[in-house]
Each structure stands twice: as structure tokens, then as C-alpha cells.
Ligand binder design. Structure first.
Ligand code: ROI
Length: 164
């Protein structure tokens, strides 16, 4: 493995305009990212919205990539993909979206910049991230600053989460 090559986990979510198709298309598009290979992706899950309840259920999944891209470059690629899905940023926090791509983990790196926080700060309490992640990640995956995935999974509330 080349020095800058690292495993990235990407969280995908959609609850507008054919969420299942949005996620299927995004998983395909992730395989086309430069300097990256998709290693695996989870099943698709349906989940009740976390946050405001006056919006449709979400479809969620997690993808695992090997990438040579730097964190900010990878973020730009993900934002570009969101834009291609006509993601509209209406300023509403935690509102519905056609496609949300979150950089969850980049190896065991911890990154805090104005644009990016890795590990993703809310991932450790979200079943719609942890459960699909556990499908494809090694059992002893370490989430920097938060501990082992297997331990976090024991604590998380899975109500409202089903296979899609
Ligand atoms: N809720 C669920 N279930 N899935 C998501 O992907 C998701 N994404 C969000 C908010 C609105 C916080 N809630 C979510 O951004």
C-alpha cells in the first residue's frame, strides 16, 4: 500500500426524489472517484428521521473506499456528487435531502478544519451509520476518540431502523 493510501468510510443518506435510486446511483458514482477504489458497501437501510420528524423516512448505507485523495480533496468530490443529485441547500438544518454524503472515517486520522470533522462527530450515536458500517468494517474497527465500533453498537438505539 502506498503511503497516502487509506481506508475511507462514507455514509450515504437520502429521503427525497426516489431515495433508493439516489443511493444506488451514488454508490455507482463513488466507484468512479479518482485515485480511489470502492472495496465494499453495506445493504440499504430504511430509518426514521433523526431530528425533525416532519420529513420522509431515510434510506441509508455506508461505503468503504481505498483512496489516495487528501481529506479536503475527497470532501470536494463528495460535495460535487451531492450537487449532481440536485441537492438544494436551503439553510434548513437537518432538513430533507436528495443526497447526503458524509466522510465518516479516514483511517485512524483525526481531522478538524473549518470544513471538515473526521471522525464525523455524530456517527457514534447514529444507528443508521453504525449498523451498516458494522456490516462491512472489521469487527475491531477503532473510531478515534470514541472507541471500538463493537462497543458503540451495544449502546445505540436501533428502533426505527430496518433493511430497505
Ligand atoms: N436521519 C436518518 N434516519 N438518516 C439520515 O441520513 C439523516 N440525515 C440527516 C438528519 C436530518 C440529521 N437525519 C437523518 O442529516
Amino acid at each position: 500500500m502506498n503511503e497516502s493510501r487509506v481506508i475511507a468510510y462514507i455514509g450515504l443518506g437520502s429521503n427525497l426524489q426516489g431515495p433508493q435510486e439516489q443511493i444506488d446511483r451514488a454508490l455507482q458514482e463513488l466507484t468512479e472517484l479518482p485515485e480511489s477504489q470502492t472495496v465494499a458497501h453495506s445493504s440499504l437501510y430504511r430509518s426514521r428521521p433523526v431530528g425533525p420528524q416532519d420529513q420522509p423516512d431515510f434510506i441509508n448505507a455506508v461505503a468503504m473506499l481505498e483512496t489516495d485523495l487528501q481529506a479536503e480533496r475527497l470532501l470536494d468530490e463528495l460535495l460535487g456528487l451531492e450537487d449532481r443529485h440536485q441537492r438544494v441547500r436551503d439553510g434548513r438544518l437537518w432538513g430533507p435531502r436528495t443526497l447526503d454524503l458524509d466522510l465518516l472515517l479516514l483511517g485512524e486520522r483525526r481531522i478538524v478544519t473549518e470544513r471538515l470533522q473526521v471522525p464525523h462527530p455524530q456517527m457514534t450515536v447514529r444507528a443508521f451509520v453504525l449498523v451498516p458500517l458494522a456490516e462491512i468494517a472489521p469487527a475491531d474497527l477503532l473510531i478515534p476518540g470514541a472507541g471500538k465500533l463493537s462497543e458503540l453498537l451495544k449502546e445505540v438505539d436501533r428502533s426505527g431502523l430496518t433493511l430497505a
